[in-house]
Design a protein around this ligand. Structure first.
Ligand SMILES: [Zn+2]
Length: 376
């Protein structure tokens, strides 16, 4: 009998791919909640154990069938597990299916099975560009309501010299100490395109280093500067440990109006999470509430703000009184306000759509059809 040491999360599927090396017996999975043991059923016709014997103690939810297709595996089986080659006798196929199932149920408690259902009215608050008023105005308002939020930090523009309009790193560290999330918005506020994506690693690193210097954990959330996006950024962000990345409402809506679409987990790539709204100076309460309308049935409204007020970027200014009205609205209407990093309570960032662009194209088609019907 051999044992396999595996750790929680993504290491497990590679372990699964090695199951042909194991004799019938036990597979021992170690993870941070201790050691758990999964029995492997026999892989030949001579096996003395029946499939049901093995299944029963592990999960009552498993159907007692020996012809379970791989497509019926639970959604939280990690993607690479599905690449396990399935050959040989039907018994062997069953063995593989069972093992994948067992692993998913046993390992899941510390991982994806612990995901919470997404409450209706879930809203993510994000603030870009290290604006001074994030500290002087936004911070006290959020604290008053007990709202978490993510501040996406950049040293771009004239951050280093202009302490009238931009926070100091000491103030950013205080936001972290207050319990807010500090996210990465690139060192120099570089729009990420096919031409600039080769700079992304260095740009992320620049903010990471400053965070380290000021006792702030390495950011795991990212916002695309200027809302420019390219699919080529995804592998760089993932390799850098970014779990969720926020884009704007482009390309579904033009940049200027700040309109956007609600985030649909598992349809939208976790590194291309759309903004439901990107606050503009002319916004009224109804523009704000329109961004929230579809935050239900598993969808999440991710909101993008800049300065309150924004003394350096007038086109994305939010007046203080409007901002206070927006936050009051969230509080009075019992919205579930979270920071970007808290999305991992509800969504497994390791589970990504095959084509990150598919949902965007589908939305564009729906919006174009609606426009035609309205006669715009
Ligand atoms: Zn920005």
């Amino acid at each position: 009998m051999r044992f396999l040491n595996t750790s929680i999360g993504r290491a497990c599927p590679s372990a699964v791919s090695g199951i042909f090396n194991f004799m019938p017996g036990e597979l021992r999975c170690r993870h941070k909640r201790g050691t758990m043991v999964v029995k492997i059923i026999g892989r030949g016709k001579d096996s003395g154990q029946s499939a049901q014997d093995v299944q029963r103690p592990l999960s009552h939810a498993l159907p007692a069938t020996s012809s379970l297709p791989l497509s019926k595996l639970p959604a939280f089986v990690l993607p690479t597990a599905l690449k396990v080659p399935v050959e040989g006798t039907s018994d062997m196929k069953y063995c593989i299916c069972s093992l994948v199932f067992c692993l998913s149920f046993v390992i899941a408690p510390g991982n994806v099975a612990a995901l919470e259902p997404i409450p209706d009215k879930t809203v993510v608050l994000t603030f870009d560009d290290s604006v001074k008023s994030h500290f002087t105005v936004v911070r006290p308002v959020l604290k008053k309501y007990g709202f978490p939020a993510t501040f996406f930090i950049t040293e771009g523009f004239d951050f280093r010299e202009n302490k009238q309009d931009y926070m100091s790193w000491e103030q950013i560290a205080q936001l972290h100490a207050d319990g807010f999330e500090i996210g990465n918005h690139t060192r120099d506020h570089v729009g990420i395109t096919d031409k600039t994506v080769n700079q992304l690693g260095v740009q992320l690193e620049g903010i990471d280093q400053q965070c380290h210097r000021y006792g702030i954990p390495k950011p795991i959330s990212f916002a695309y500067p200027g809302n420019a996006i390219t699919e080529r950024a995804l592998s760089v962000l993932e390799g850098h440990g970014i779990k969720f990345a926020r884009r704007g409402g482009v390309p579904e809506f033009p940049y200027e109006e700040g309109r956007g679409v609600v985030y649909e987990p598992y349809q939208d790539h976790p590194l291309l999470v759309p903004s439901a709204g990107d606050a503009r100076p002319a916004w009224e309460l109804e523009d704000f509430t329109r961004s929230l309308d579809r935050a239900k049935q598993g969808r999440i409204a991710v909101l993008q703000f800049h300065g309150v007020p924004d003394t350096a970027h007038a086109w994305v200014n939010t007046p203080r009184d409007k901002f206070e009205a927006y936050m009051r609205y969230l509080a009075r209407n019992d919205f579930n306000v979270v920071a970007m990093r808290e999305l991992s309570r509800y969504v497994d960032p390791g589970k990504v759509p095959q084509d990150p662009n598919a949902v965007i194209v589908a939305r564009q088609q729906v919006l174009a059809t609606e426009k035609t019907h309205r006669g715009d």
